[in-house]
Design a protein around this ligand. Structure first.
Ligand SMILES: C[S@@+](CC[C@H](N)C(=O)[O-])C[C@H]1O[C@@H](n2cnc3c(N)ncnc32)[C@H](O)[C@@H]1O
Length: 351
C-alpha cells in the first residue's frame, strides 16, 4: 500500500462499521466454511456435546451464515438465538429455512451488546478467533454475552484458548533478500544495494500471516498464555501476556518467531476435550500462523536457550487491531525487544 504509515485513527463507530462491513461479503464466509478443520471441529464438538445441548436454549454469538446455529439445532437444541450484526444475517435466514430449522433457529440482526433476548441461555457457541487469536477483539463480545445472557453453570463452546510461541528459521525470506545479489548475473545490472531496502520492507514490524512449514520450526512450542472463557474478564484481555522458554532442536539461523493458538471444547466422551489447533504441526487452517521477523538472523546450535515475554494488546489506532510485543533473549545475547502490529488493510490515505 503506497500510503502505509499514513493511517488515520478511526473512531470506535467507524472501526465497527469497517469491521462489520468486512463480514458482509461472501468471500470471508466462503473462506471460513471452506476451512474444513475449523468448521468440522465445531461440528464435531457440538454433536459430541448433544447430551448437554438437547432441549436447551443456545446463543450463537456472531452467527454469520448460521452454520453453528444449525449444528446446534441438529444436536437437539430447543431454541437457538443466532445473533449477527451485519447483513450476512439475511443469508442466514435463508439458510435456516433451507435446512427446515426455522422453528428452532431465530436469526436476530444486531450486535450482541444491544439485542434483547426473551430469556437467558444454557449454552453459548461462538467462533470469535482472529489472527493470532485476538485480532478483531471479538472475544470481548462473547464475554459480554456470557455475563449478560448465560445462566450460571452454562456451557461455552469453545471453553479455553491457549497461545504458543516458537522460534523459526524461514529460508524463503532470506532467499528474497539474497535475490538482489543475483540480478547482476542475470541482466548485467548490479542491484545488490537494494538488499538493505528489501530488508527494511520485509523484516519490518508487521505481523505476517502465513503458513509456517513444520521443518522451519526450531523448538518445541512454548505456551505463554491461557484463557478460561468461563472466568476471563474484558479487563484481563487489555493485555494478555506470559513468559516463555524453549531450546533449539539444532543448528540454524533464527530469523523469526511464530505465534499460534489452540481452542479447546469440553467433550463428555474420552479424551474429555477436543482441540482446534492452528499449530504448524497440524493441518492448515485459514488462520495460518502469525510470523514476527527479527531485524537480523541469529545463529543458534542445539540446545541454545530462548526465553522472554510476549504481550498482546489492542493497537492505539484501532482497538480491533492486535499488537504483539516480544522481549527475548537468544543464547548469550542481551535481551532484545520488538513490537509488531497487523498491517492496517483498512487504512485510508491522508487528505
Ligand atoms: C468469525 S465470523 C463466524 C461466523 C459464523 N459463526 C461461522 O462460524 O461461520 C464472526 C461473525 O460474528 C459477527 N460479529 C462479530 N462481533 C459481533 C457482535 N458484537 N454482535 C453480533 N455479531 C458479531 C461478524 O459480523 C461475523 O459474521
Amino acid at each position: 500500500m503506497s500510503y502505509a504509515g499514513k493511517k488515520r485513527k478511526l473512531d470506535k463507530t467507524r472501526q465497527d462499521r469497517v469491521y462489520f462491513d468486512s463480514y458482509s461479503d461472501v468471500t470471508v464466509h466462503e473462506e471460513m466454511i471452506a476451512d474444513y478443520v475449523r468448521t468440522n471441529t465445531y461440528r464435531t464438538a457440538i454433536l459430541k456435546n448433544s447430551e448437554l445441548i438437547r432441549g436447551k436454549v443456545v446463543l450463537d454469538v456472531g452467527a454469520g451464515t448460521g452454520v453453528l446455529s444449525i449444528f446446534c439445532a441438529q444436536a437437539g437444541a430447543k431454541k437457538v438465538y443466532a445473533v449477527e450484526a451485519c447483513s450476512i444475517a439475511e443469508q442466514a435466514v435463508e439458510i435456516v429455512k433451507q435446512n427446515n430449522v426455522e422453528d428452532v433457529v431465530e436469526v436476530i440482526r444486531g450486535t450482541v451488546e444491544t439485542v434483547e433476548l426473551p430469556e437467558k441461555v444454557e449454552v453459548i457457541v461462538s467462533e470469535w478467533m482472529g489472527y493470532a487469536l485476538l485480532h478483531e477483539s471479538m472475544l470481548n463480545s462473547v464475554l459480554y454475552a456470557r455475563d449478560r445472557w448465560l445462566k450460571a453453570g452454562g456451557l461455552i463452546l469453545p471453553s479455553r484458548a491457549e497461545l504458543y510461541i516458537t522460534p523459526i528459521s524461514d529460508p524463503v525470506v532470506e532467499d528474497r533478500l539474497y535475490f538482489w545479489y543475483t540480478v547482476k548475473e542475470q541482466y548485467g545490472v548490479d542491484m545488490s544495494c537494494m538488499s538493505n531496502f528489501a530488508r527494511r520492507c520485509i523484516k519490518n514490524s508487521d505481523i505476517i500471516v502465513s503458513n509456517v512449514a513444520m521443518e522451519d520450526v526450531l523448538s518445541h512450542p512454548a505456551r505463554f498464555a491461557e484463557l478460561d472463557l468461563h472466568s476471563v474478564t474484558v479487563e484481563e484481555l487489555r493485555t494478555v501476556k506470559g513468559r516463555f522458554t524453549c531450546e533449539s532442536f539444532g543448528s540454524a539461523a533464527v530469523n523469526a518467531f511464530c505465534v499460534y493458538f489452540t481452542v479447546t471444547f469440553p467433550c463428555p466422551e474420552k479424551p474429555h476435550s477436543l482441540v482446534l489447533s492452528t499449530s504448524p504441526f497440524y493441518p492448515e487452517t485459514h488462520w495460518k500462523q502469525a510470523v514476527l521477523y527479527l531485524d537480523s538472523p541469529v545463529e543458534v546450535v542445539q540446545d541454545t536457550p530462548f526465553s522472554g515475554e510476549v504481550s498482546m494488546f489492542p493497537s492505539e489506532d484501532s482497538s480491533r487491531h492486535i499488537c504483539i510485543h516480544v522481549d527475548y533473549t537468544i543464547g548469550e545475547q542481551k535481551e532484545q525487544s520488538k513490537t509488531f502490529s497487523i498491517p492496517d488493510w483498512t487504512a485510508e490515505p491522508q487528505p
